[in-house]
Design a protein. Structure first.
Length: 750
């Protein structure tokens, strides 16, 4: 690190951009301004910031940041606002919350939050705490990122996907790593993974990539790239299972001892159930992967111990994508790679995350607590929700998540939100929704079917947005409240499952009139007459939280250093105790075993949610009737130079890589498209204009528009910003997942 000047100080903090890495930042501050940003240069593995974290200064000082509260003066979406005071803004919001509750019921108020630039204290739970104390609200649960993966893990292991992840260093013990829909060089999730990628390459561990794209990770690590059609991953896994079975490569002892229902899966794979053996020849026309390649990969995976099948989240963000993660977990069981170092349990193993040894920070007591509407709201008719004891003293937990939340209709699946607003009671929802309060979320841009979301926002009586910029969503607000960044307030994070705790030190004063989420919530609570909202300052909340965490010895030292590294006692191996001692450590499923067959799912009686992993053909796939009109399959990848819509405007990052649609040379040639041409991408839901990147790094028949570019419609409603969700469908997978990688489009040269 360069030595700071006499007039300069260095402030330590941890990045919090919603990529889950929480990397260490060293902020050089002079005259109250951040002048440059450096990162971790300490012990390995370092938590080194990527280009986004290093460029955060340009985001903080962007002249387009929101400076003061705004009130809409034009039509929704027109972007016309006037400046108002904080006092007036909070008065208006409080009065509308009260009016909606008194007129339509508390459930007509909806709260929608995301995790970008938020921490332990400053998050959507602060507004939730306000709404709980006003009588309740309609919540929006589930996650766009990994709901299908979550569902699969709950069904198979009885726990969330994070419980199925080995430590990162476990990858260094693998003899084979399959990157299946996982691009860790870009989607770095949980920090520190890049050091391990370097070590994997240095160790000469064989790596194979299965993905529609030749990703950065494939280029860096993989000896072989196997391109596969979106939405067909489970078919290939099941065909691999066929080879493993007929060639007797399975670990039958493991299956007999630790799993339930494998016989039913075996019957399906061998064709005894339906008369169709799931051979590689069966899978080839579905997946686009040759039968020989499928068989070879099956033999290599089954014959190489230990092996890590790293099934990422992206293939589960498809219609019926939960079958992909369930099938991956089944193959991990078939090969005995669960509970062993160097293996992987499947179900969305991110990056071999390293969990801290203790309990971490306790759940924020500044969150709202129980929603009063839960006690009276009826159960969903589409949900059978089981509760079971996890073990002595462990309490109760839902057996399987359904559409992202509990059985109560006081919560909506995120993908269904626009539909709920538009149709209300007439569509079977419990309320006619009137008010939407959004905290740090670019709903218009980042959720499926942008044009339908706009229709929903125009129907609402009142919309509040807490934001840093005038985003596409903020333009549809009645009141916009400017929030500060994590450089302008104090907070905590826990490395998001990585082995350290981070202190997010305030480095500079808040930009113009922007406020922290804590300050906004306190002000709103006062306007609503909530006298017991908080009895502590920001620092008192943070200090008390750290003092309760046994792994952080001293609050003041922690704050000064900005990081507290945790040295694990030993590598974390998911389900190691269950494999070593299944009697005293059963899996947290109803049977106490790995449930390849789930009775919980069978009880639902939904043919689109089979109780064993199966291949179910997606809607808007190659064989859909729409394919004649829209012949290209769209995927919406995560770009390396922004986190969803964050960082999109940062000039330094825009210089590094232009936003473009990736299209294979063969598909481009028949359309007369050359590299760099402007093209029109469209389907029945919308259309956009974007630059074409003609490349062999994506397979024929598939195009990729990286998600997160800012929606910018022209006078004809054609998006000129390259927002992928103009084209996606707002229909969740049966397991509740956002299906951002299931859509058909056409591309034509402008």
């Amino acid at each position: 690190m360069n030595k700071p000047s006499d007039a300069e100080k260095v402030v330590m903090t941890a990045c919090q951009g919603h990529c889950l890495s929480a990397c260490l930042l060293k902020l050089h501050v002079k005259d109250g301004m951040v002048t440059r940003i450096e990162t971790d240069d300490g012990q390995e593995p370092q938590y080194r910031a990527c280009a986004k974290g290093r460029a955060f200064r340009q985001l903080v000082y962007d002249p387009d940041r929101l400076k003061f509260p705004l009130r809409r003066t034009g039509e929704r979406g027109e972007g016309k606002f006037e400046r108002i005071s904080w006092d007036e803004a909070l008065d208006v919001i409080a009065s509308r919350i009260k009016r909606v509750k008194e007129t339509y019921g508390a459930g007509a108020n909806i709260l929608l939050c995301s995790a970008g630039d938020l921490g332990w204290l400053h998050n959507g739970g602060l507004v939730e705490r306000v709404l709980v104390r006003t009588g309740g609200y309609t919540g929006v649960l589930g996650t766009v990122s990994c709901e299908g993966t979550w569902y699969a893990s709950m069904a198979t292991y009885g726990a969330t996907y994070s419980k199925s992840c080995n430590s990162r260093e476990s990858l260094l013990k693998s003899r084979l790593i399959i990157l299946w829909g996982w691009n860790p060089a870009v989607a770095r999730g949980h920090g520190g993974i890049t050091w391990y990628l370097k070590e994997i390459k240095k160790a000469g561990i064989r790596v194979i990539s299965v993905d529609p794209r030749y990703t950065e990770s494939a280029a860096l690590l993989a000896e072989k790239w196997i391109p596969i059609r979106p939405g067909t991953d489970s078919a290939m896994l099941i065909a691999m299972a066929y080879i493993i079975l007929v060639e007797k490569l399975e670990d039958r002892t493991f299956l007999d001892k630790y799993t339930l229902g494998f016989d039913k899966f075996e019957s399906y794979v061998l064709g005894k159930e339906d008369g169709v053996p799931k051979t590689p020849d069966w899978a080839e026309p579905i997946t686009g992967v040759s039968a020989e390649t499928i068989a070879d990969l099956a033999r290599e995976y089954a014959g190489t111990k230990p092996a890590a099948l790293m099934d990422g989240w992206a293939p589960a963000r498809t219609a019926y994508g939960e079958q992909f993660n369930r099938a991956a977990a089944t193959l991990a069981a078939m090969t005995g790679n669960i509970g062993v170092e160097g293996g992987s349990a499947g179900c969305g193993a991110l990056s071999g995350v390293q969990r801290v040894q203790g309990g971490g920070f306790v759940s924020s007591r500044m969150k709202g607590g129980d929603n009063p509407l839960d006690a009276t709201a009826p159960f969903r008719k589409d949900s059978i929700f089981y509760q079971r004891v996890q073990g002595p003293g462990k309490g109760f937990t839902p057996a399987i998540k359904w559409y992202g939340g509990g059985p109560s209709t006081s919560y909506l699946n995120r993908v269904r939100l626009a539909d709920a607003i538009i149709r209300g009671r007439s569509g079977g929802y419990p309320y006619d929704y009137k008010l939407l309060y959004m905290v740090n979320i670019n709903y218009v841009n980042q959720y499926a079917n942008t044009n339908r979301i706009i229709q929903a926002l125009k129907k609402l009586e009142f919309v509040v947005v807490q934001e840093q910029f005038m985003t596409a969503t903020a333009k549809y607000a009645d009141i916009v409240l400017p929030t500060n960044t994590f450089l302008e307030r104090n907070d905590l994070n826990a490395g998001n499952l990585a082995p350290f705790y981070g202190y997010m030190n305030k480095a500079v004063d808040a930009f113009e009139e922007s406020k922290s989420h804590f300050e906004i919530a306190i002000g709103l609570a006062e306007k609503l007459g909530i006298g017991d909202y908080s009895d502590k300052s920001e620092d008192e909340w943070l200090r008390e939280t750290v003092q309760e965490c046994q792994e952080i010895p001293d609050y003041d030292i922690f704050k000064q250093e900005g990081i507290c590294r945790i040295q694990p006692i030993k590598p974390v191996i998911a389900w190691e105790d269950q494999i070593k001692d299944p009697v005293n450590h059963p899996f947290p499923t109803p049977s106490g075993k790995i449930e390849i067959y789930s009775q919980d799912i069978a009880n639902r009686g939904n043919p689109m949610l089979p109780p064993i992993p199966k291949y179910v053909e997606t809607w808007e796939g190659r064989h859909d009737s729409l394919a004649k009109k829209y012949p290209l399959q769209l995927i919406t990848s995560h770009p390396k130079l922004r986190i969803h819509t964050q960082f999109y405007k940062v000039p330094w990052l825009k210089e590094l890589e232009a936003h473009a649609i990736l299209i294979n040379g063969a598909d481009a040639q028949v359309r007369g498209i050359n590299d760099g041409d402007m093209v029109r991408v469209f389907n029945d839901r919308g259309q956009l204009v974007i630059r074409a990147s003609v490349t062999e790094r994506i397979m024929p028949g598939v195009v990729d528009i990286p998600q997160g570019a800012w929606y910018n419609p022209d006078e004809n409603g054609i998006d000129r910003g390259g927002c992928a969700n103009v084209l996606t469908r707002d229909e969740p997978s049966p397991g509740g997942a956002f299906c951002g990688n299931t859509a058909l489009v056409q591309v034509k040269k402008k």
